[in-house]
Design a protein around this ligand. Structure first.
Ligand SMILES: [Fe+2]
Length: 188
């Protein structure tokens, strides 16, 4: 897949699935992705981190995946694990690791920052519990030993702030211009 094909794939993916709601949040998958990328780009001009923000929840809309829409269901759908190999193959570890770790980053922040858990949306708090709740000491140490754990924590905060139904953002094509700078990686 070359750069143009990758941009076309992502355009079609968001055209076909991006208008699905982001679970019980008041934004669509597209709004959530774009708002995450906006928050990232306000704090950094690092294209890998902005791309990670844009794609962090792509696992919800890849293939046949669907985010559980009912809070009574188990909201741990392993979307970060589903997205990881797809993102890594195309953009490398520095984009893919924060994507893989953004769920663990929520558990980490809830563990080390007592005020953080109180600010989570009801859906995010429910999925936090379904995803394992607070980290124990060994989980925390393993997370902090990840090469890109700080990037994952940054991504998590952009993710949490990206649920405003009235926010306006640039469109997807604006952020897909980053694909020209980043990839895709040569296929093995
Ligand atoms: Fe998210």
């Amino acid at each position: 897949m070359n750069t143009e094909q990758l941009k076309s794939f992502l355009t079609e993916l968001f055209d076909s699935r991006g208008d699905e709601m982001y679970g019980k949040e008041a934004v669509t998958q597209r709004q959530h992705a774009l708002q995450s990328a906006v928050h990232a780009s306000r704090e950094t001009d690092d294209p890998e981190l902005v791309m990670a923000a844009l794609l962090h929840d792509v696992g919800h809309i890849l293939g046949e995946s669907h985010l559980p829409g009912n809070l009574d269901e188990n909201l741990d759908d392993s979307h970060e694990a589903r997205a990881y190999p797809w993102v890594r193959e195309r953009f490398g570890d520095r984009v893919a690791d924060p994507v893989r770790l953004h769920v663990a980053a929520k558990r980490y922040l809830c563990t080390v920052d007592p005020g953080y858990a109180e600010k989570l949306s009801p859906t995010s708090h429910k999925s936090f519990l379904d995803q394992g709740g607070p980290m124990n000491q060994s989980e925390r140490e393993a997370f902090e030993a990840e090469t890109h754990f700080q990037e994952a924590v940054q991504l998590r905060r952009w993710d949490d702030a990206a649920k405003d139904p009235s926010a306006s953002t640039p469109d997807l094509q604006h952020f897909l211009s980053l694909v020209d700078r980043l990839g895709p990686r040569p296929q093995a």
